[in-house]
Design a protein around this ligand. Sequence first.
Ligand code: FES
Length: 97
Amino acid sequence: MAALAEGEMVACQVDGVDVLICQVRGSYYAVSNRCSHAGQTLSGGKLNDWAISCPLHGAQFDVRTGKCLAAPATQPIKSFPVTLQGGKVFVAIGDEY
Ligand code: FES
């Protein structure tokens, strides 16, 4: 994957899981690409600093933690650990998926 610019994001699949990778202020973050409200993909939404907005009904989530920031969603989305090695982004999905 090419380097992401500030505020840019890209959707991908990691081990069969829909993941959204974002770059904010020089750091990379990875969260589920599915809104916890009604399952909309978040990659069509807007990223404003660390807040991703769902394009369907406007819920917001913090890409650093997956925490829900704004209704109508009430549950967080999953966030995944990210590491950078040799200019590549690695996302650890874990065993729970
Ligand atoms: S599906 Fe995301 S806010 Fe409703």
